[in-house]
Ligand binder design. Structure first.
Ligand code: PRP
Length: 212
């Protein structure tokens, strides 16, 4: 594939990076630097016009929104919390799949009013309980949500569940489905217009890989 315009791709270290690299490889893009050993934040690829920036998962939509990166890969959970301003979301990459769930102690009450819900996913949790007509108190946390019901900080949590091992290890269970989560390709709206051919070619190439 030809790159007529230089592009910067924002990725988050960890699972998203690991699952995105094979997709990019199919589109002809390979990292020159090893993200596991390199401390660089701007990585070169085999194509001079394509750079990859490595940032925190929650910062990916922000970098793309402000055009500091033309595109990026972000979990649907992160996108919902960000709000999606200034972004197009042209492709579900079908990677880093998991579920957003309400979880708690086995048999915990789900239907009460004024339940305390600890979560990093405030918007998604608010929407979920509002749709059920339930007034709840949301407690914003930044990680280790599983601890909250164990120490009496909250009645329930809303968290991502993949294997379910983290819940199990802490004596908790998934209680109610909120939504399916996967990672999405996000594109800056101005880049989408200004670098249309390059971005469309990349989107099509990635779509081909995903659809086999
Ligand atoms: C997520 C999530 C759970 C765990 C679920 O955390 O918040 O803690 O993974 O996975 P499991 O069902 O396979 O056990 P992550 O490792 O992404 O770190 P975080 O706490 O920074 O979100």
């Amino acid at each position: 594939m030809e790159f007529e315009s230089p592009i910067t791709i924002a990725l988050a270290k960890g699972r998203i990076l690991k699952d995105t690299l094979p997709l990019l490889k199919h589109a002809g893009i390979e990292l020159r630097d090893d993200p596991d050993t390199s401390r660089k934040l701007i990585l070169d690829t085999n194509i001079d016009a394509v750079k990859v920036v490595l940032i925190r998962a929650t910062d990916v939509p922000t970098y793309v929104q402000w055009g500091a990166a033309d595109l990026g890969v972000s979990g649907k959970d992160t996108l919902i919390e960000h709000g999606g301003d200034g972004l197009y979301e042209p492709l579900d990459l079908q990677i880093a799949k998991c579920r957003l769930m309400v979880a708690g102690h086995p048999g915990a009450r789900l239907d009460g009013q004024r339940l305390r819900i600890a979560t990093k996913y405030v918007k998604a949790a608010k929407q979920h309980f509002a749709a059920k007509g339930q007034q709840v108190e949301i407690i914003k946390l930044y990680g280790s949500m599983e601890l909250a019901p164990l120490v009496g900080l909250s009645d329930l949590i809303v968290d991502l569940v993949e294997s379910g091992n983290t819940l199990k290890a802490n004596g908790l269970v998934p209680l109610e489905f909120v939504m399916d989560i996967s990672s999405r390709l996000v594109v800056n709206k101005a880049s989408w217009k200004m670098k249309h051919e390059t971005i469309i070619a990349l989107v099509e190439s990635l779509a081909e890989v995903i659809n086999g």
